[in-house]
Design a protein around this ligand. Structure first.
Ligand code: PLP
Length: 422
């Protein structure tokens, strides 16, 4: 696409946008003067769909009217309330419905998956993670190592950018596997890095790891709803994600979890269990031995929080209607426009850390502003931009294709320019 650096051009792109109607399905934060903020922070917390309130109200109504009978007779019977969302969620991560369960929260699911899939032996006990992984993932992985009496210094292998670079190279990952493959028990990588915005080549990572029989798990926190990771076909063993970033299901809402078909019926797999993972036919017989549901649902511990699930249902409804392929198509154009405008600023102190190729990124661009400090970020906030600042000098801008417009992107770059020239 050949872009132009004008407001009229941005407005024309909005006119022609097949998803333009979805913007009005969301609630945008407002400034004190009543103007709509330029919200570019869906990588941190997605906006609230207008219909979410009605979805939650419905559950409250059903609870009020039915009490305990809501388990079977609510509009979306609570007993099966997360199961009927698995199909929609599966499309977003490229999985079979039986491979996906919506439960708990992200870091909890990461631990539960490592209980099942991190099986260290004296010879093979190392975990590979990207060096700039999100802190919670690093904490979780290190604590799993310690839980198995392994010193994290010895047990953790970091996949790092080369000196002077910001991105991790796939060939360096291949090198780690070649060198240390027989000592590696688990590869646990984020799908899209929260800091750089780099989308790793999950297919290649899985392929390479499987040459040495290594278990592969992904954290899709910044991937789910942003890129479609094709989990089933690439043969990932497991994955976890949250639904409050690109999936707009509300602060602290439920996490998602993928377990590949080849593992779901394996009764010998280690897992921490609870009654909600037990075969539904005999779940309420109570005094029987644990009999896992032969799908990803077998990993559930508790009955799900219905009010949060209503937020997830509302959001997935919009994703279903819009169609993920359409969302991704717009995302590539929208972020491409942002990239074009930033490049067109032509300022020496500004550089984009995120890869230039759309296949290697989602919607986020991480923009480094040399010699900036947080005061630039405060100026942007004062002028109505909602974005995200990472020390020492990086602004993360994530135009979410479902609700952001080309005009949002244009306005942001105008504001950035004004702040930088001020
Ligand atoms: C957002 C995020 C988290 C947050 O974890 P919660 O358990 O949902 O609080 C963890 N890991 C990654 C990679 C994230 O992006």
């Amino acid at each position: 696409m050949k872009y132009l650096n004008t407001k009229v051009f941005a407005e024309q792109l909005d006119e022609a946008d097949p998803l333009r109607a979805y913007r009005s399905e969301f609630l945008f934060p407002k400034a004190k003067d009543g103007s709509t903020k330029v919200y570019l922070c869906g990588n941190s917390l997605g906006l609230q769909p207008k219909q979410t309130s009605a979805f939650i109200q419905q559950e409250l109504q059903d609870w009020a009217n039915l009490g305990v009978e809501g388990h079977s007779h609510a509009t979306h019977p609570w007993m099966t309330s997360n199961e009927d969302l698995a199909g929609s969620m599966a499309k977003i991560v490229g999985a079979l419905p039986q491979e996906v369960v919506i439960m708990n929260t992200l870091t909890v699911n990461l631990h539960l998956m490592m209980v099942s899939f991190y099986k260290p032996t004296p010879k093979r006990f190392k975990i590979v993670i990207e060096s700039d992984a999100f802190p919670s993932d690093i904490y979780a992985v290190k604590s799993q190592l310690k839980f198995h009496n392994i010193d994290p210094q010895e047990g953790l292998l970091l996949w790092k950018p080369r000196p002077g670079e910001h991105l991790c190279r796939t060939e360096d990952f291949e090198h780690i596997v070649k060198e240390h493959g027989n000592e590696i028990a688990l590869v646990m990588i984020g799908s899209t890095n929260y800091y750089s915005g780099q989308a790793y080549d999950l297919k290649r990572i899985t392929e390479v790891s499987k040459t040495k029989d290594i278990t592969v798990g992904f954290d899709l926190a910044h991937g789910a709803g942003n890129i479609q990771p094709n989990l089933h076909n690439i043969g990932a063993d497991f994955a976890v994600w949250c639904t409050y970033k690109y999936l707009n299901s509300g602060p602290g809402s439920l996490g998602g979890c993928f377990i590949h078909e080849k593992h779901i019926a394996d009764e010998h797999i280690n897992r921490f269990v609870g009654w909600w993972g037990h075969n539904k036919d005999s779940r309420f017989n109570m005094r029987v031995d644990f009999d896992p549901i032969p799908t990803a649902d077998g990993w559930q511990l508790s009955n799900p929080p219905i009010l949060s699930l209503a937020g997830t249902r509302s959001s997935l409804d919009l994703f279903d209607k819009a169609g993920f392929d359409n969302i991704r198509k717009k995302s590539v154009l929208l972020t491409g426009f942002l990239e074009f405008l930033i490049d067109d600023l032509d300022m020496e102190e500004i550089s984009i850390l995120t890869p230039r190729s759309p296949e290697e990124r989602g919607c986020q661009l991480s923009i480094q502003v040399k010699n900036a400090n947080k005061s630039l970020f405060h100026q942007l906030m004062d002028k109505g931009v909602v974005a995200d600042w990472r020390e020492p000098d990086v602004i993360r801008i994530a135009p979410a294709p479902l609700y952001n417009s080309y005009t949002d992107v244009f306005t942001f770059v105008q504001i950035l320019k004004n702040c930088l020239y001020a």
